[in-house]
Design a protein around this ligand. Sequence first.
Ligand code: PMP
Length: 281
Amino acid sequence: QQILVNDTFYPNKESAFIHVEDRGYQFGDGVYEVIRVYNGRVFKSFEHIQRLYRSANEISLSIPFSQNDMMSRLEELVNRSGLGTGNIYLQISRGAAPRTHAFPSTVESVFVAYCNVKERPEEMLSNGIKTITTEDIRWLRCDIKSLNLLGAVLANQQAHASDCYEAILHRDGIVTECSASNLFIVKEGTIFTHPANFFILNGITRQLILELAVKNGIKIIERPFTLEELFNAEEVFASSTTIEVMPVIQIDNTIIGKGKPGQLTKKLQELFSQAISSSLY
Ligand code: PMP
């Protein structure tokens, strides 16, 4: 396994080191991305890198190299790792400095990236996942892909403790997204998903789903929906880089769509798979 720290490649996790006063470690002061690789090709790399630079900009963290340079580093990482299908994890922290909340006057950001082998979750994609609902206790800038993930960690842990894969989050009964994915419901043939504002992360997969739906004449509307609408939906699905278009077949004790992935969900899965295939040429 190759670990990239700034400009240096290390042969394994044991040989790469992060300073104990790294602000990513102490404050969650940094941003990250998870990017999918299919057959050695980085999927939607431009979109992920753009979002990374946007997230960094929103927390006044300047990345000391260009987006093109970032792209080349990631491609080199994938090549050196010999990765076929899997994930790239990358993060940038504000850097290491004596501990104090405000930004240090001199500090150099620390960039880390590595890959993991991970096949597509075929079994879950065919059968769907179980979920729970829980209050969205995260901060008010969920549009930033920040290293502060405690709200998401606690919600996801709650799901796992109930033998579920995801936690669906709501603020006062308005559904926002899930702990690590976006959420969609289908009502009378129309898809609804929360608008991209401060309350959700605007998923790259979410954006691709919107694009695929529009191109294929599937009605999709960005508007907030309630827990009641969620429980009464004909179909529900979640989306992310790692879970793609994932059918939700149970929410708390409610079975959705007779416990099977719905028609529109399956249609979008098919379109998504085609998008992956065409990215490989
Ligand atoms: N929302 C949250 C809170 C997430 O953590 C993620 C996955 N990182 C997503 C949505 C989905 O984003 P993407 O499709 O870009 O992976």
